[in-house]
Design a binder for this molecule. Structure first.
Ligand code: UD1
Length: 419
């Protein structure tokens, strides 16, 4: 298992570029199951979760392969298996998204439920009730969701909360259902809009993506398409925090500022200088950081996937910040490790009170999930002495060449291979 060793204290300077969005690439690659024609996807990040997705698609009988550095071609001419096994789904929750497309194309799917995860219970009840509303028969057997439907029929579906995954799964099922589907209280994330664009390029009839109500008119078949994945707003936000926490000056190319409004507003409130550039953003911090209040919300609110990184930053603000996590019920695991590095954080239920500025000291730390790993790297960049981050595989799930990108900005960071 690899480790990352970070020696902090150096302001980051220079330019860096954001990779394609992980959370967009995964459903878009999975959408290729909906057609027997070739699908070509560009700007796909080289990540462990993408490798897992390609393995899953191959397992189902598709031929999914890299055709160049960041381009993938998938041809699901025939589907030979309808089973998404536990071994794959447990390592990557997004595997559950094959339920909708498999069912739409084949009328049958057997998909393992994802089970618990480090950031909360994360059930799939909304995926299941939505698919049922489209006319599928669903049973839960031996930890698997077994779904059958001779034909799916369009329906009106109300989501109790605007789940990103449920919205995606239902879109991919409904595009080939007969008749009209309306998904109400749908997620509005940019990832949904990009998936709708991909499905549209494949011949689907979708409108309203990016709003609370998505309308879909089912079509009999979808065809091949080409699509370029949008840049990763969470990676961009993480790099912005890296510039800010080190008191640096970094230009981030390819940063999707239009998807980062809540993030830039909160960073500016904390005293970080944000200047849009041609195709990206320049992030600078000279003076002290100011404390802020922050609440995670569905898009366009502040993303939960940047909460851990902001917590690391706010340990360095002069005063008391308050962070409220409203999306996941157990997403403060990184706080315990930040406290071990010297942070002053008090947690009560969904709220964390962060008092700063704290003098951070490097320590051996361990992350429980992807964004928590990033938070600890950021803390390491601001800490004295060396921080040793274990379980780097979490980081590799969702950040492309992060150590290389940070090192190019002057960070002292190295990956150590362990036997
Ligand atoms: C996606 C993102 C993840 C991000 C999250 C919230 C991907 C691959 N992952 O995850 O990085 O943190 O959105 O922005 O895109 N819920 C239910 N029932 C369900 C489904 C969800 O109660 O059937 C709840 C969850 O427990 C959670 C909330 O809804 O409290 C939001 O989850 P959801 O939007 O579904 O997250 P994911 O799609 O899993």
């Amino acid at each position: 298992m690899d480790k990352m060793i970070i020696r902090g204290g150096k302001p980051l300077r220079g330019s860096v570029s954001v990779s394609g969005s992980k959370n967009t690439a995964l459903p878009i690659l999975i959408a290729a199951l909906l057609t027997d024609e070739p699908v070509r996807v560009r700007n796909v990040p080289r990540l462990r979760d993408v490798t897992t997705t390609l393995a899953l698609l191959n397992e189902l009988g598709a031929r999914a392969r890299w055709t160049s550095d960041h381009e993938v071609e998938i041809r699901a001419q025939r589907i030979t298996s309808h089973v998404a096994p536990y071994e794959l789904v447990k390592t990557m929750r997004a595997s559950f998204l094959v339920l909708g497309p498999l069912l739409a194309r084949e009328g049958i799917a057997r998909v393992s439920t994802p089970g618990g995860c480090a950031i909360g219970t994360r059930p799939v009840n909304l995926h299941i009730s939505g698919i049922r509303a489209l006319g599928a028969k669903i049973q839960l057997r031996n930890g698997y969701v077994e779904a059958h439907a001779r034909t799916l029929k369009g329906a009106r579906i109300w989501l109790d909360n605007p789940s990103v995954g449920a919205t995606e799964n239902l879109m991919m099922a409904a595009v080939r259902a007969s008749g009209h589907t309306q998904i109400e209280n749908a997620a509005r994330e940019p990832e949904i809009v990009d998936l709708a664009a991909m499905l549209g390029a494949m011949g689907a009839q979708i409108s309203g993506a990016g709003t609370h109500v998505i309308e879909i008119d089912g079509v009999e078949r979808l065809h091949g398409a080409e699509h370029e994945v949008i840049p990763d707003r969470i990676e961009a936000g993480s790099l912005m925090v890296a510039a800010a926490i080190t008191g640096g000056d970094v230009t981030i190319g390819n940063a999707p500022l239009n998807h980062l409004e809540a993030v830039t507003a909160k960073l500016a409130e904390a005293g970080v200088e944000i200047t849009p550039t041609n195709g990206g953003v320049r992030v600078r911090r000279e003076g002290n950081l100011k404390p802020i209040e922050l609440r995670t919300l569905p898009y366009p609110g502040f993303p939960t996937d940047l909460q851990a990184q902001m917590m690391a930053l706010l340990t360095q603000a002069s005063g008391t910040s308050v962070i409220t996590e409203t999306i996941f019920e157990n997403r403060f695991m990184h706080a315990l490790e930040l406290i071990r590095m010297g942070a002053d954080i008090l947690m009560k239920g969904p709220t964390a009170v962060v008092r700063g500025p704290a003098k951070l000291e490097g320590a051996p730390v361990m992350a429980t999930d992807l964004r928590a790993s990033m938070s600890l790297i950021l803390a390491g960049l601001a800490a004295e002495h060396a921080t040793e981050l274990g379980r780097v595989y979490h980081l590799d799930r969702g950040y492309e060449a992060l150590d290389v990108k940070l090192a190019a900005l002057g960070a002292q960071i190295e990956r150590v291979k362990e036997a």
